[in-house]
Design a protein around this ligand. Structure first.
Ligand code: PRP
Length: 179
C-alpha cells in the first residue's frame, strides 16, 4: 500500500499526539457528565479507538453509519443513513467522532437527526478538517489537523474500501484512481 501514497501528511506519532491533546480537552470539557460518544462508521473506527483511550470519562459508545463518498474520491451531495444509532439519545450530550469533515453535509445530516431526537448538546471531534471543501456552514468543535484539499486515505479513510488499515494519513497518488 505504501507505494500508492504520494505523501504522508500525518504519521502515527502526530496522530497519537492529536488524540492525547483532544482527549485532555474533552475530559475537561465534559467533566462530571456521561456523554454518548457517537462514532461515524466506517472511517472513524481507528480515531475512535485511539481518541477514546485518551478520554477519562464514563461514556456510552454508539455507532452510526452514514455514507457520502460512496467509495469514490469526492464527497457526493447524497447522504445515506446506512445503519442507525442503537439507543435513544434524548436528553443526552452527544459527541460525534469523525475522521474527516469535508463538505460538512454528513455532519449537518447527523446534527439535524440528533437535534430532532432531542439531544441535549451536540459536539464534534474530527481528526481532519478539510475547510476548503465546505458546502454548508458548519464547524467542528475539536480538530486534530486541518488538511488541504487533496484526496487522502489511511487511518480509517478509504478509496473503494482500501487503505483503511494504513497506520497514517497520506495523499493517494492520482494514477491509482485516474484510470
Ligand atoms: C466520509 C467521512 C465523513 C464524510 C465527510 O465518509 O467519514 O463521514 O465522508 O464528508 P462530507 O463532510 O463531505 O459529508 P464516507 O462517506 O466516505 O463513508 P465511510 O466513512 O464509510 O468511508
Amino acid at each position: 500500500m505504501d507505494n500508492d501514497i504520494q505523501e504522508v501528511l500525518f504519521d502515527q506519532t502526530s496522530i497519537h499526539d492529536a488524540a492525547v491533546r483532544l482527549g485532555k480537552q474533552i475530559t475537561q470539557d465534559y467533566a462530571g457528565e456521561r456523554p454518548v460518544v457517537l462514532s461515524v462508521l466506517k472511517g472513524a473506527y481507528l480515531w475512535t479507538a485511539d481518541l477514546l483511550r485518551e478520554v477519562d470519562l464514563y461514556v456510552d459508545l454508539e455507532f452510526i453509519n452514514v455514507s457520502s463518498y460512496h467509495g469514490g474520491v469526492k464527497s457526493t451531495d447524497e447522504i445515506t443513513l446506512v445503519t442507525d444509532i442503537g439507543s435513544d439519545i434524548k436528553g443526552r450530550h452527544v459527541l460525534i467522532l469523525e475522521d474527516i469533515v469535508d463538505t460538512g453535509q454528513s455532519l449537518l445530516f447527523m446534527k439535524e437527526l440528533l437535534a430532532k431526537r432531542g439531544a441535549k448538546s451536540i459536539s464534534v471531534a474530527t481528526l481532519l478538517d478539510k475547510k476548503e471543501g465546505r458546502k454548508v456552514d458548519i464547524t467542528a468543535d475539536y480538530v486534530g489537523f486541518d488538511v488541504r484539499n487533496e484526496f487522502v486515505v489511511g487511518y480509517g479513510l478509504d478509496y473503494k474500501e482500501m487503505y483503511r488499515n494504513l497506520p497514517y494519513v497520506g495523499i493517494l497518488k492520482k494514477e491509482v484512481y485516474s484510470d
